[in-house]
Design a protein around this ligand. Structure first.
Ligand code: MG
Length: 431
């Protein structure tokens, strides 16, 4: 709606017609830069969507159908009985006698995950998918006004609702991605929260320190030891105090700035790790098969990392031994997405492993850098290896996983089933 501002200047009547959104943008400055989408009770609402009889009922999602396991998700109806992620199934049944416990279906959650990304993408470009139920996009130009951003948030909600009426999300809008995530957590379910700069930091005061992403119980204790027990104390702390609490000047500066709404440069290592682990079945608890399974884990992790758009700078291998004891070794990688480079590094690490009957094997790629921030391969051989990796991925995506694989994992190609977690999203062909 255009607003008419009659204005007299130099004795002449002048009429400015200013679009309200542009006017607000001008008044507030460019303040709202990120829109963060967090799906509410994700696994549980997907189940309610897929099984209409579960809608409106307390639902707990468990990794398997046994009372000794715990809920990995609970619907809002179940949450009102005190059932949350991590509540034991037996305990959940006690708290909420009518609860429907359903077995998790990772493949279904990943399918919906991709459809949700598409729905959000139809309204706003998704710059970062931070977990299976969270993503955010950067707002551009006039989208950054509160009015336009709110309209976009409702469009995102409507697009998600079109996938399935049971699906709900909470949206947070703020001047940096971290605050937008904090905002998305403030009203649940189906919330929409905007943190305007003039509301900061007071708007954060009602939160607990552990509500802030990046402060878990250990950090909470460290802050308490320094007299910081509430968010208002955290906001009042100087950069030096925060650096001392975090034991890092960089982290101190990041916290000091992100609390004030400053848009920090993109942090490419935001995603922690991509990895796989596998408990060996009895017939594979020997040196040769453990090595093959480790190579298989590495291929899977490397493939997933490429799909997510990252390069890795560190490889960690871990083995737990039958009868107790563990081995762990890591090595730096030359910022790479090439499986062969990683396989050679794993091979070198493996030579240092004590020879004992293995029980569990894990491989992890970390210190991840987003592709767009990574240095391009300098050596032609490295570029060729990367191209080979891409080709292998394409073949496997087209003809099924393990249509082509490295000789090192011969015999181990079909071990290690796909599991799901919030931060590791299996690609569709991993099922
Ligand atoms: Mg969520």
């Amino acid at each position: 709606m255009p607003i008419v501002y009659p204005h007299r200047r130099f004795g002449l009547p002048v009429i400015f017609r200013i679009d309200r959104a542009l006017f607000v943008w001008y008044m507030f400055g460019i303040v709202l830069r990120y829109l963060f989408v967090d799906m509410n009770s994700y696994f549980a609402t997907v189940e309610q969507q897929a099984q209409p009889t579960l809608r409106g009922r307390p639902v707990g999602v468990a990794p398997m159908m046994t009372d000794s396991t715990c809920c990995i998700a609970a619907s809002y109806e179940a949450k009102s009985f005190g059932v949350t992620t991590g509540t034991g199934v037996r305990e959940a049944r006690r708290l909420c006698p009518g609860i429907a416990i359903v077995e998790a279906r990772p493949q279904l959650y990943v399918e919906y995950h991709h459809r949700i990304i598409e729905a959000v993408e139809s309204c706003l470009h998704v710059d970062c998918v931070s977990s299976i139920d969270e993503m955010y996009g950067r707002l551009m130009g006039v989208e950054r006004t509160p009015e336009r951003t709110a309209a976009m948030a409702f469009a995102v909600k409507a697009a998600i609702r079109r996938i399935g009426e049971a699906l709900r999300c909470s949206i947070g809008i703020a001047s940096n991605a971290w605050l937008a995530k904090v905002a998305s957590d403030m009203v649940k379910p189906d919330g929409m929260t905007m943190l305007l700069p003039e509301q900061l930091p007071e708007a954060l005061y009602r939160l607990k320190l552990t509500d802030l992403p990046g402060i878990a119980s250990r950090m909470n204790k460290r802050l308490a030891a320094r007299g910081i027990q509430h968010v208002h104390q955290l906001c009042a702390a100087s950069e030096a105090e925060l650096s001392a609490a975090w034991g890092s000047k960089v982290l101190g500066a990041i916290w000091h700035q992100q609390l004030r709404g400053i848009d920090l440069p993109y942090r490419p290592t935001k995603r922690g790790t991509v990895g796989h682990s596998h408990v060996l079945p009895p017939e594979l608890r020997n040196e040769r098969d453990a090595y093959r399974v480790a190579m298989r884990m590495l291929h899977k992790a490397a493939h997933r990392m490429r799909r997510l758009g990252y390069h890795a700078s560190r490889l960690t291998a871990r083995v737990s031994f039958l009868g107790g004891g563990r081995w762990k070794q890591y090595a730096a990688l030359p910022q790479t997405r090439d499986t062969l480079t990683m396989a050679a590094t794993l091979d070198t690490l493996w030579r240092h492993k004590p020879v004992r009957p293995p029980l569990k094997v894990s491989v992890e790629l970390s210190e991840l850098t987003a592709d767009r921030c990574a240095t391009l391969p300098l050596h032609p051989a490295q570029a060729r290896h990367e191209a080979l990796g891409d080709t292998m991925d394409r073949i496997n995506e087209r003809f099924g996983r393990d249509a082509i694989y490295s000789a090192a994992m011969l015999g181990a190609a079909h071990t290690a089933p796909t599991r799901i977690s919030f931060t590791q999203i299996p690609t569709e062909d991993e099922f």
